[in-house]
Structure formats: C-alpha cells, structure tokens
Write a protein that binds this ligand. Structure first.
Ligand SMILES: O=P(O)(O)OC[C@H]1O[C@H](OP(=O)(O)OP(=O)(O)O)[C@H](O)[C@@H]1O
Ligand SMILES: Nc1nc2[nH]cnc2c(=O)[nH]1
Length: 183
C-alpha cells in the first residue's frame, strides 16, 4: 500500500521523506558490510540505544549471519524537535563488556552528543572494540570526532519522525520516515 504523503503529530505537519522499502534496502546493504567485517570476531554484541533503535535493530538483525548477542541501553537527550544538549545517564547496561566486540545500534546520529557519551561510558568497561551503526546520519549536524562506521543513509539536517523516531513520543510506529514540513 502506498505511504500517506502527509501526517499530523501533536500540532505539527510532516511530509513523506523516505519510504519503507528504501529503508529496508539500505539496511540490507549495511548489514552485508557488517557481516564481512565481523565474520571472524568472536560473538559480537549489538547494543541498541532505546527508545528509537528498536525498528532498525529488528530489521538489521534479520540480515546478520554470524553468531551474536543483542542487548539494549537507554539514553535520552531530545525534547520536542531540538536537542536539550544534556545527555542523561546510561541505564540498563547489565552485560560484562570486558574483551567484547560491541556494535552500537542507533536510529540516528545527529550532533553526536549521545554516541560520544555512550562510547565514553563503554570504554570504561574495557571492550575489545567499539563501532557505531546507525540507520540515519546527519553529516551537516555532526560535531564530534568519532567515525560513524556503518550508516544506512545520510540525510539533510531536518527533523524527522517514523521508524522508531518520535516527535514528543508520537510517530515511532510509522513504517516510513517523515520530515517536518515548513509551517
Ligand atoms: O546525535 P544526537 O544529537 O545526540 O541525537 C541522536 C539521539 O537522539 C535520539 O534519542 P532521544 O534522546 O531523542 O531519545 P529516544 O531514542 O528515546 O527518542 C536518537 O535516538 C539518538 O540517541
Ligand atoms: N525524532 C527525531 N529525533 C532526533 N534525535 C536527533 N535528531 C532527531 C531527529 O531528526 N528526529
């Protein structure tokens, strides 16, 4: 079924930006790169960042063909359509990470504040390696140094919702990605 062209969440209008089939195709391609790079590493751990990563994690893992573990942590920095700049504490990390190969799974890397905070916390646990995988990457907004190893799509610096991403908690269930329309 064709995707709805515009939607309304709270008081804002969003228009269709990336249809579901393009998301799934791009995720399949990034998964093949991860499969090649991690084929010989012992039991890598995919570490999803809640809430937004649940859709990307679910699709990505269906394309991964090596033995792996999956876990989730939570961070939160966004309020409404702009960053609060304050990344909250990492919660929910129960795994022993010493010597593990960790692949962080994010829905979006924007300014990079969240992944920088997460990477700093993870380094303290002495993992064997850390890489970053994200569904969407905003290169124009990114302000940090850490390499974004695996991104399915680079997008312009516009606020988007859908496929796990929210506007004030709404829109996470949308199967396509929508961008904020000019008022
Ligand atoms: O690169 P940044 O500028 O830090 O932005 C990216 C972060 O923002 C979103 O999380 P958010 O804090 O909105 O929490 P959520 O996943 O629960 O919606 C997203 O899931 C990333 O974690
Ligand atoms: N929903 C949503 N969350 C974000 N977190 C960082 N950037 C974005 C964005 O464009 N949309």
């Amino acid at each position: 079924m064709a995707a709805t062209q515009t939607i309304r969440l709270h008081n804002k209008t969003f228009r269709l930006s990336i249809p579901h089939d393009r998301l799934v195709g791009a995720i399949g391609e990034v998964a093949q790169r991860i499969n090649r790079d991690y084929a010989r590493r012992e039991c890598p751990l995919f570490l999803g960042v809640l809430n937004g990563s649940f859709m990307y994690m679910a699709e990505l893992l269906q394309h991964i063909d090596f033995t792996c573990e999956v876990s989730f942590v939570k961070l939160a920095s966004y309020n409404g359509t702009s960053s609060t700049g304050a990344v909250q504490e990492l919660i929910g990390l129960t795994n022993n990470l010493r010597g593990r190969h960790i692949i962080i799974v994010e829905d979006i890397v924007d300014t990079g504040g969240s992944i920088e905070h997460l990477i700093r916390s993870l380094i303290g646990h002495n993992p064997a390696s850390i890489s970053v995988s994200t569904l969407l990457f905003k290169p124009e907004a990114y302000k940090k140094e850490h390499k974004i190893d695996y991104y399915a799509m680079a997008i312009p610096d516009k606020f988007i919702v859908g496929y796990g991403l929210d506007y004030d908690q709404l829109g996470r269930n949308l199967k396509d990605i929508y961008e904020l329309a000019a008022e």
